[in-house]
Design a protein around this ligand. Structure first.
Ligand code: AMP
Length: 215
């Protein structure tokens, strides 16, 4: 299965990605996760990406295309396909992905577009807390952990992502509207878009996704 999860920051891409990966046994490729891992490990790539990420801006296209296509060349993707989360984010990236797929004799099956209104996105982003140890995601009001600041799953410490503060979150949504929203049209024209209600609740949204992807 070759699928893209599209949608603004805070639409629930990461949460739904975990469930899709479990059900369809497909590698989950999040360019944001790759950058965060590199920042944690102090790599050159991490240093280059960090300043853009902290401002809520996009990392330059060529850098992102290179890390995404390198990852797509790995054996697990050749064997089982992929679920892309957070890539592509510009029309240029989408064109480069198309070129990559064509050159490798591959085709996209579906693009899942998670639709959520802007006020809900802001509430979700600014209230999000993430586990430092295992990456599990919580929300101070909607999905609180049993004990404040502590991960239910592994006991790790919860923190707020540097780019989830109000100002940066707003900028990320603006950048999405300008740079990434045109991809909805791009993939609709390509005939592979599925529009999904990302505010319907976790279970309902997941069942809409599985209906679009097939059982
Ligand atoms: P995410 O975890 O998907 O919200 O990504 C966090 C940040 O990483 C974004 O705000 C961007 O700064 C950067 N990033 C992730 N994926 C991309 C991409 N495809 N193109 C450009 N920047 C990206």
């Amino acid at each position: 299965m070759r699928t893209i999860l599209l949608g603004p920051p805070g639409a629930g891409k990461g949460t739904q990605a975990d469930r899709i990966v479990e059900k369809y046994n497909v590698p989950h490729i999040s360019t944001g996760d790759i950058f965060r891992e590199n920042i944690k490990n102090g790599t050159e790539l991490g240093k280059k990406a960090q300043e853009y990420m902290n401002r809520g801006e996009l990392v330059p296209d060529d850098l992102v295309v290179e890390i995404a296509t390198d990852r797509l060349l790995k054996d697990d993707c050749k064997e089982r396909g992929f679920l892309l989360d957070g890539f592509p984010r510009t029309v240029y990236q989408a064109q480069k992905l198309d070129e990559f797929l064509a050159a490798n004799g591959q085709k996209l099956d579906k693009v899942i577009d998670l639709e959520v209104s802007e006020d809900v996105l802001m509430i979700r982003l600014t209230g999000r807390r993430v586990c430092k140890a295992c990456g599990a995601s919580y929300h101070v009001v909607n999905i609180p952990p049993k004990q404040e600041g502590i991960c239910d799953k592994c006991g790790g410490e919860l923190f707020q992502r540097a780019d989830d503060n109000e100002e940066t979150a707003k900028n990320r949504i603006d950048v999405y509207n300008k740079e990434t929203a045109p991809l909805v049209d791009y993939y609709e024209k390509a005939g592979c878009l599925a529009r999904i209600d990302g505010a319907a609740g976790l279970e309902e949204t997941f069942s809409e996704i599985t209906a679009a992807l097939g059982e």
